[in-house]
Design a protein around this ligand. Structure first.
Ligand code: NAI
Length: 482
């Protein structure tokens, strides 16, 4: 074997390659960046450790990074989100064969165990020669491994596992313990080599700002999520598409006429609510933020609390980035055969441990990632993807066109941070978290207009002067919210 990798089945590579080929057609932003930077090779010398759902769309991102000169190792950021044919195709590569793979080392398959998951995350940060110098993260797990690894390495030990630790945290601690036993300076070495991280999602970005505020961020970060062409498109229109896809593939229950409860009316919640309403559901929203609650009300949705909605909802979707949004007590009061799903990044939005600990409850697998939990009185609820993000666990995530926007931002952010890591520090010289400048956000949007037949109006010079902007943009001030 020319390189190490771990995927489900390399013989799926041909099927994956066909899907990648079709996806490329729907990802004009990434393909334009390949063309623009083919000669300059701005990522030559970049060694990128990527932790992001290993889907067909991500395959196009990975091959774009490689086309721009990068070396890459990849894992998925969720145990259920890998499309095995995409993972196989990336390992084989566009010019390799199943017998002689010539692509990228991928460590990902659908249905990893938690120990597998952290082994795979460790594998993308463990390079055969020189270590990684960039991280591309989704949810912040790769970044967390480096930070916690270094912190515990400095403390001389990984804190002992206690009863209060979640299963995930215990598994994580065990992994760090193992890596430090093999190489006591592993994480100091890895951290020292990293120039920066580009982060994909709301939850990961939240973690980065917390680290930066505590002055504990070890390297600069670009917040890709808050590019307008990411969060106002992928989070919203992506979920508008993939939420219903996941519900249909998992249950095929008729959505029309049902009461669908969406927890959280941020970007993801807005997309979810719209798609459920589009199917004819009566949508109910729960929110903690008065502004988002008012937005939901203005759109015509009923806004109430989960305590109330638990009893009359047919379909529940959490989209908050918060924890304990649906508790075991809520689930115990739900209607017979209510569907419970999470589309937020982590699996703590629904209290799965509390559900499993409910007296007399039993779990039946209907099919992978679809489970019926039956209470002692015979009522049952259907839980999707064991409480993990269902649009990737039960379906294949967002479609290519919207991911082309997100991943164009990712590519531009990698180029920028790899070239100028020193520019991304705060006034005191500490690594900072920054969003891409607006002209690049506008550039990403521009790359996606032609395929949709959009005819953009060109500002005249006198009009531009009147508005106080440049003819070539940016067209909005930083504080504009879209
Ligand atoms: P956001 O911050 O725009 O929206 C979250 C909303 O939930 C906020 O309005 C907040 O006030 C509300 N909220 C927080 N706690 C709540 C609670 N206990 N009850 C009710 N509402 C509550 O975040 P965004 O971008 O909508 O992302 C939400 C989650 O989805 C994040 O974890 C993010 O990482 C993830 N995400 C998942 C995607 C997917 O494909 N599955 C795509 C993009 C983001």
């Amino acid at each position: 074997m020319p390189f190490d990798f771990k995927v489900a089945d390399l013989s799926l590579a041909e099927a994956g390659r066909h899907q990648i080929r079709l996806a490329e057609h729907e990802m004009p932003g990434l393909m334009a960046l390949r063309e623009e930077y083919a000669a300059a090779q701005p990522l030559a010398g970049a060694r990128i450790a990527g932790s992001l759902h290993m889907t067909v769309q991500t395959a196009v991102l990975i091959e774009t990074l490689v086309a721009l000169g990068a070396q890459v190792r990849w894992a998925s950021c969720n145990i259920f989100s890998t499309q095995d044919e995409a993972a196989a195709a990336v390992v084989v590569g566009p010019r390799g064969t199943v017998d002689e793979p010539a692509g990228v080392p991928v460590f990902a398959w659908k249905g990893e165990s938690l120990p597998d998951y952290w082994e795979c995350t460790d594998a993308i940060l463990t390079w055969p020669g020189e270590g990684p110098n960039m991280i591309l993260d989704d949810g912040g797990d790769a970044t967390m491994l480096v930070h916690k690894g270094k912190e515990w390495e400095a403390a001389g030990q990984v804190p002992p596992t206690t009863e209060g630790d979640s299963e995930e945290f215990s598994v994580f601690k065990a992994l760090v313990r193992r890596t430090l036993a093999a190489d006591p300076q592993k994480w100091t070495t890895v951290a020292a080599g990293i120039k920066g991280v580009t982060e994909e999602t709301t939850t990961g970005v939240h973690r980065l700002y917390q680290l930066a505020e505590a002055r504990e961020l070890l390297f600069p970060a670009i917040n890709v999520n808050d590019s307008v062409t990411k969060s106002k498109f992928d989070n919203k229109y992506g979920c508008r598409h993939s939420l219903v896809d996941g519900l249909n593939r998992a249950t095929d229950v008729l959505i029309g006429g049902k009461v669908a409860v969406v927890a959280g009316y941020g970007d993801v919640g807005k997309g979810c609510a719209e798609s459920l309403r589009g199917q004819g559901a009566r949508v109910v929203v729960t929110e903690i933020d008065p502004i988002c609650a008012l937005q939901a009300a203005m759109e015509g949705y009923q806004v109430t609390t989960m305590d109330q909605a638990a009893e009359f909802g047919d379909i529940f979707v959490t989209a908050t980035g918060c924890f304990d949004v649906i508790t075991a007590e809520h689930m115990a009061r739900m209607k017979n055969k209510a569907i419970v799903a999470n589309i937020g990044h982590f699996d703590n939005e629904i209290d799965m441990a509390g559900l499993a600990a409910t007296a007399g409850v039993t779990k039946t697998e209907i099919k992978p990632q679809v489970h019926e939990w039956t209470y002692a009185d015979g009522r049952s609820i259907i839980v999707l993807s064991e409480g993990r993000l269902m649009n990737l666990g039960n379906a294949t995530g967002h479609p290519s066109f919207v991911m082309s926007n997100s991943f164009s931002n990712q590519t531009i952010a990698q180029i920028e941070l790899f070239a100028h890591p020193e520019a991304y520090v705060d006034v005191d010289g500490h690594p900072s978290v920054t969003t891409l400048p607006k002209h690049l956000d506008e550039k990403v949007a521009r790359l996606h207009l032609d395929p949709l037949g959009v005819e953009l109006t060109e500002l005249r010079k006198d009009q531009a002067e009147y508005l106080g902007v440049d003819v070539a943009g940016p067209y909005k001030p930083e504080h504009y919210r879209y």
